[in-house]
Ligand binder design. Structure first.
Ligand code: ADP
Ligand code: MG
Length: 238
């Protein structure tokens, strides 16, 4: 569970071709980082996978099934938003349970899943607090908890740490990597930060102007960059 395949995925906004045709294979359980400069199409590609945007042409397969036309909920993916997307008037418990409540899940099952997620994220003692009473790192964990309770086949992160200060960003990188080890669920992580890509990824997808320039492990990209753009971006000496 959690493999994602893109076949010639193309996206045009009005007159502008933002993604000319992307092919990509993501294996179950992989931590994949989409990296590239601002405006290169990282968020668009993630939103096409999530079903938050319709493809202009091409196919999105999840666990081998064609999900190109499927609504976002049917794809069983969970997008992790930045922590400021929390509801300030609701407790941590209610914030985490929110997507389950919206889906009409039985209250006892909601409680079971919230307790499980809170345990994984070390939030058990904070469930009755409001987001304003938490540290930045705890708030970011609540945002992740809201994704965990949905028990997705893959997590999608779009620059989740970009509004955090440098020290907290480093801590959260480690926490997200540890979470990936615990859950062993596919994660796609979007960033414009090479260091994040190099330290977190099993597989890096380098994007440039909507094109997949290279796919490989951090070591492969560092040792054998396909071109100068990748070398420059990854900081390879070649
Ligand atoms: P990134 O996340 O890598 O910074 P985006 O995927 O947000 O890049 O954007 C890629 C390109 O697509 C940019 O040129 C952006 O202006 C354009 N774009 C993104 N969303 C839309 C939209 N809804 N309508 C028109 N253009 C868009
Ligand atoms: Mg973006």
């Amino acid at each position: 569970m959690g493999s994602i395949t893109l076949k010639q995925v193309r996206k045009v906004f009005g007159e502008v071709e933002v993604i000319p045709g992307a092919d990509l294979e993501i294996n179950d359980g992989e931590f994949v980082v989409f990296v590239g400069p601002s405006g290169c199409g990282k968020s668009t590609l993630l939103r096409l996978i999530a079903g938050l945007e319709d493809v202009t042409s091409g196919q999105v397969l999840i666990d081998g099934q064609d999900m190109t036309q499927a609504a976002p909920v049917r794809r069983k993916l969970a997008m992790v938003f930045q922590s400021y997307a929390l509801y300030p008037h609701m407790s941590v418990r209610k914030n985490i349970a929110f997507p389950l409540k919206m889906a009409g899940m039985a209250v006892d099952e909601q409680a079971r899943r919230v307790a499980h997620a809170a345990g994984i994220l070390n939030l058990t003692d904070y469930l009755d607090r409001k987001p304003g009473q938490l540290s930045g790192g705890q708030r970011q964990r609540v945002a992740i908890g809201r994704a965990i309770v949905r028990e997705p086949v893959a997590f999608l992160f779009d620059e989740p740490l970009s509004n955090l200060d440098a020290a907290l960003r480093v801590n959260m990188r480690v926490e997200i990597s540890e979470l990936h080890k615990k859950l062993a669920t596919t994660m796609i992580y979007v960033t414009h930060d090479q260091v994040e890509a190099m330290t977190m990824a099993d597989k890096i997808v380098v994007l440039r102007a909507g094109r997949v320039e290279q796919v490989g492990s951090p070591l492969e990209l560092y040792r054998s960059p396909a071109n100068r753009f990748v070398a420059g971006f990854i900081g390879s000496p070649n």
